[in-house]
Design a protein around this ligand. Structure first.
Ligand code: TPP
Ligand code: SF4
Ligand code: MG
Length: 350
């Protein structure tokens, strides 16, 4: 079997305003198991970047280790990429972002990569509000190493071997909100109509955007008794709202009923339109979403949609006032303050 994709494409494929087709945002042929939820998430990433008119060479794809962390090979083959060490994607992304803030940072990770070995790294990238989109492809198991329960596996869920998990699962969305994340969403790999606008909104948000995507592992965690299987998620999905993402340059032409739709304006002027299902739903109300997550957990429901957004978010580079020029483009003149100032600094340290 060959994993090389044919380069041929139909000359009349639709193009975005940059002149790229959707194919220009794809990657190589996936080697994941057929039906793996992670492949559906890759397809949603491709759609979101194509529709957002992102120049592929401006994207840095970052990942750790796991089936999920392999996916950057399967989308955006014309972008930069760094497949780091297990659980270390946040620190590598922080370094790259501080050295060059002009790129679009898109990190993908697994529930093992984030909630176990990478937990120490995850909590700090959240609290620092690093300007990146962080997607967890959450299947409740370590897919790559043959399906052991992960720290997000729910209490009582049954693995393929028939073993019951006796620990409470970590709710990554609740944790991210608690730690001060400024954009938190939850979705399902099988719901592209919800996931694509969420990824577009996340990529447009200034600050840390977190999306936890339930992504069934068809090989090790799609059995009866698993709470991350296709059947379970379809039966327990409670969509809070449906949403549209309207980029800054697109005029809003549709009329909408203010009783039913809430419009949230983002820092760059783009809009998220929420079609409310729950009349009390407010994505800017942090306290109520934490309560809703707890209530959903008691009812064994999975809340999906944009859970929380802080439109006043100040991302890390702005907070610590870094230079807009990538470090490798700074000249000696800008980097060296001159002998007199160096003498002053040295004198202060004596
Ligand atoms: C330092 C280190 N420890 C352990 C491993 C073995 N290992 C590889 S992937 C993985 C877990 C992957 O699980 P997850 O992040 O959920 O990804 P999935 O395969 O489920 O998508 C582990 C424990 C490793 N590669 N490196
Ligand atoms: S083992 Fe599971 S997570 Fe890994 S590729 Fe197969 S289905 Fe996907
Ligand atoms: Mg996993």
């Amino acid at each position: 079997m060959t994993y090389i994709k044919p380069k041929f494409s139909h000359p009349r494929l639709p193009k975005n305003p940059l002149g790229y087709t959707r194919k220009d945002y794809e990657g190589s042929i996936s080697t994941l198991c057929a039906g793996c939820g992670h492949d559906s998430i890759s397809a949603s990433i491709v759609d979101a970047c194509f529709e957002l008119n992102i120049e592929p060479h401006r994207v840095a794809k970052m990942s750790g280790i796991g089936c999920s962390s392999k996916t950057p090979a399967y989308f955006l083959s014309n972008s930069h990429g760094f497949n780091s060490v297990h659980g270390r994607m946040p620190s590598v992304t922080t370094g790259a972002n501080l050295a060059n803030r002009s790129m679009v940072y898109l990190g993908v990770s697994g529930d093992g990569d984030t909630a176990s070995i990478g937990m120490g790294q995850f909590i700090h990238v959240v609290r620092r509000n690093l300007n990146m989109t962080y997607i967890v492809m959450n299947n409740g198991c370590y897919g790559l190493t043959k399906g052991q329960d992960s720290a997000t596996a729910d209490y009582g869920s049954i693995s393929k071997t028939g073993h019951m998990n006796s620990f409470e699962g970590i709710d990554l969305c609740a944790l991210a909100i608690e730690l001060g994340a400024t954009f938190v969403a939850q979705s399902f790999s099988g719901d592209k109509s919800q996931l694509v606008p969420l990824i577009k909104a996340a990529l447009s948000h200034s600050g840390f955007s977190f999306i936890n995507v339930i992504s069934p592992c068809v090989t090790f965690n799609n059995n009866q008794g698993s709470t991350k299987s296709y059947d379970y998620v379809r039966e327990h999905n409670e969509a809070l709202s449906t949403l549209d993402f309207v980029p800054v340059k697109e005029e809003i032409t549709t009329t909408y009923d203010h009783q039913k739709v809430k419009v949230v304006e983002m820092h760059d002027g783009s809009m998220i339109k929420f079609h409310k299902i729950s009349p009390e739903w407010d994505p800017e109300d942090k306290l109520s979403i934490i309560t809703s997550l707890h209530k959903a957990r008691e009812k064994h429901e999975i809340l999906t949609g944009l859970l929380y957004i802080d439109t006043e978010s100040v991302e890390l580079n702005d907070l610590i006032n870094t230079t807009n020029t990538p470090l490798n483009q700074l000249t000696e003149k800008e980097l060296c303050p001159g002998n007199a100032i160096l003498q002053e600094i040295n004198a202060d340290l004596r």
